[in-house]
Design a protein around this ligand. Structure first.
Ligand code: ZN
Length: 126
């Protein structure tokens, strides 16, 4: 929310509470922005994770790499790689479609979140 208020150029309390943006910043706006900055300052400049995690040499703390796949980006990269060989021009962008072609895309949203919830429940069981 704070990042969104910065992007929109409005007071944090405008974004969070719907306060009138024409008014001067309140003490709450300043506190919200200070809290946001403290969290930002705690981020590692290399990976974006909290410093207390990625700068911590406690041997009990381990790191594993997980892969977050974006199938649209993969297809786009494949396309751009092919395109380098030949023609140029035009902006390439991903468009999702289904196979067979009559499945409404929104059905995949529910399935995705069900799968994610199941994976999280499984991870918590580890
Ligand atoms: Zn880091």
């Amino acid at each position: 929310m704070i990042r969104a208020s910065i992007t929109a150029g409005v007071r944090p309390t405008t974004m969070i509470l719907g306060e009138d943006n024409r008014k001067a910043w309140s003490h709450l706006d300043v506190l919200a922005m200070q809290a946001f900055q403290i969290i930002e300052d705690e981020r590692c400049g290399q990976c974006g994770l909290p410093r207390w995690l990625c700068k911590n040499d406690d041997p009990r703390l381990q790191v594993r790499i997980k892969v977050d796949s974006c199938y649209a980006k993969q297809e786009l990269d494949k396309f751009e790689e092919e395109r380098k060989k030949g023609d140029s021009g035009g902006l390439a962008y991903p468009e999702f479609y289904t196979k067979p072609d009559n499945i409404p895309l929104h059905e995949f949203r529910a399935l995705y979140y069900e799968q994610l919830a199941a994976e999280r429940a499984e991870d918590e069981g580890d």
